[in-house]
Design a protein around this ligand. Structure first.
Ligand code: NAD
Length: 503
């Protein structure tokens, strides 16, 4: 690993970082009344790269009031579907035009390597916005049958309207901030909602640049408000706010529970995208090279700081040795370094605290008797780097198998049985249910496990979500609701039934 290379940063990124970063409320940059700020660090060096105003409770009140006014006055809802679609398309175009700066900021702020995570961040956000730009003109209700009431000449006309749920609080994590913001804003804006978006305190920068682009695209003032801030008080205040109609959250299951409790006050709608402990099941007839490559790619994408990570690998004993050797070799071959180096495949973890947490899991795995095949060591020097780790001989009672690590650590366990029900029970032996995958050429095995594994997405010779046209979300403690695809619109719409008597 080398830190010698100075990181290449365009003049535009340099200027952006030097800006006075305030809160974006009602279409304006405003000072935080809290008087607090956040020191944003580059995880590859530990050095400060920007200071950002941190929203407090009063600032959240202001942002919610701006969103409420924009919702009630209807500058966004009042536009034609075509106009809203055009603005979302323009926003996507602006993101694409600012790709270089946004990518640099995302790498400096989160630590993600350019290849493959950083290079995908802007295209992913652009694709999502383009997808949602097509939706305003396709939202429609139904006409329903109705019985004629006694004495009436004709039955009432009964139809449904799909209406925006109202003011939405969106709370996103640090691992993929720009794509997360696009994923959340797309369906909210397509349906006519107004939004208060709170990025994670560690990674607020790309969403602040996004605020400029929202304004340039023609999103009216107050329709999207962007308020960086800590979970407590800003996130908690947004989740509990009595004038917020819905909260959409991506993050840990632990905070998901707090959001639910906070939302109970005014019974706001809640959608949650939470953690995963995702089974990846390899049968002896699988294309082993492909399975090894996919397991390593998924387990270590964004340093394993991804909720779809292949973190529980179940491998048939006939191919276990070859598989473990293959994944370990792949892990050792991943170059560790700062994200801006195109050769880097493993960047730093997001913070010193998170690195400590992941290191704690590595130590607990060793202590509980798992075999550490490769990696796991923290690297000396500045920045929050560690080697990607592969454990084998793991079992269900170990913490590394039960808890979400959200770091570059994967756990292999062998299986001998051909009893598919027993294999499904093992895969389902977790509190989570986000994604799973089955690696086999046998259609019977593939479809039986696709039916019995309790997860929001099951891949066959594929691991991870489908394209954004397909719903994505979790069973069990992995969440509530589905993002992506047509189902994501449902999270932001209320159905109203209109009954018209005209006899
Ligand atoms: P986190 O839950 O600590 O933080 C997420 C967000 O919640 C941040 O914006 C944070 O400021 C805010 N927050 C913290 N405390 C809060 C509170 N009391 N009230 C309201 N908001 C609060 O999670 P994290 O450590 O930032 O992210 C990692 C987690 O996110 C992992 O568990 C991972 O699986 C999950 N994740 C899930 C998905 C998915 O789509 N399912 C995607 C990415 C990450």
């Amino acid at each position: 690993m080398s830190h010698a290379q100075p990181y290449p940063m365009s003049a535009a990124t340099g200027q952006f970082l030097k800006r006075r970063h305030r809160l974006f409320i009602g279409g304006e940059w405003v000072d935080a009344r809290s008087g607090d700020d956040i020191d944003v660090l580059n995880p590859a060096t530990g050095a400060s790269i920007a200071r950002v105003a941190a929203a407090g409770r009063e600032d959240i009140d202001r942002a919610v009031a701006a969103a409420r006014e924009a919702f009630a006055d209807g500058p966004w809802r009042g536009m034609t579907a075509a106009e809203r679609g055009q603005i979302l398309t323009k926003l996507a175009d602006l993101l694409a035009a600012n790709s270089e700066v946004l990518t640099e900021i995302e790498i400096l702020d989160t630590g993600m390597p350019l290849n493959p995570g950083g290079a995908l961040a802007v295209p992913t956000a652009v694709k999502m916005l383009r997808y949602y730009a097509g939706w305003p003109s396709k939202l429609s209700g139904h006409t329903l049958p109705a019985d004629r009431r006694p004495g009436a000449a004709s039955p009432p006309l009964t139809y449904t309207r799909r209406e925006p749920v109202g003011v939405v609080g969106q709370i996103i994590p640090w691992n993929y901030p720009l794509a997360m913001a696009a994923m959340k804003l797309g369906p909210a804006l397509a349906t006519g909602c107004t939004v208060v978006l709170k990025p994670d305190e560690k990674t607020p920068l790309s969403t602040l640049l996004l605020a400029d682009l929202l304004r340039e695209a023609g999103v009216p003032p107050g329709v999207v408000n962007i308020v960086p801030g800590y979970g407590e008080p800003a996130g908690a205040a947004l989740a509990a706010h009595p004038d917020v109609d819905k909260v959409a959250f991506t993050g840990s299951s632990e905070v998901g529970r707090k959001i639910l409790q906070a939302a109970a006050g005014n019974l706001k709608r809640v959608s949650l995208e939470l953690g995963g402990k995702n089974p990846f099941i390899v049968f002896p007839d699988a294309d082993l090279e492909r399975a090894i490559e996919a397991a390593a790619r998924s387990a270590f994408f964004l340093q394993g700081q991804n909720c779809q990570s292949a973190s529980r690998l179940f491998v048939h004993e006939d191919v276990l040795e070859r598989f473990v050797a293959g994944v370990a070799a792949a892990a050792r071959g991943l170059q560790i370094g700062p994200g801006w180096d195109p050769a880097t495949r493993i960047g730093p973890l997001v913070s010193a605290g998170h690195l400590d947490r992941v290191q704690g899991y590595v130590a607990s795995g060793v202590q509980e008797g798992a075999e550490l095949v490769t990696g796991g060591a923290r690297l000396p020097g500045p920045g929050y780097f560690m080697e990607p780790a592969v454990f084998t001989r793991t079992h269900r009672d170990m913490r590394i198998v039960r808890e979400e690590i959200f770091g570059p650590v994967t756990c292999v366990q062998g299986f001998a049985a051909s009893d598919l029900a027993a294999i499904a029970r093992q895969a389902n032996d977790t509190a989570f249910g986000l994604v799973a995958s089955v690696w086999t050429r046998d259609l019977r095995i593939a479809h039986q496990l696709a039916n019995t594994i309790r997860a929001g997405v099951v891949g066959i010779n594929h691991h991870g979500s489908g394209d954004i046209y397909a719903p994505f979300g979790g069973f069990k403690e992995s969440g509530w609701g589905r993002e992506f695809g047509a189902e994501s619109l449902d999270l932001y719409l209320e159905t109203k039934t209109v009954v018209v008597r005209y006899d």
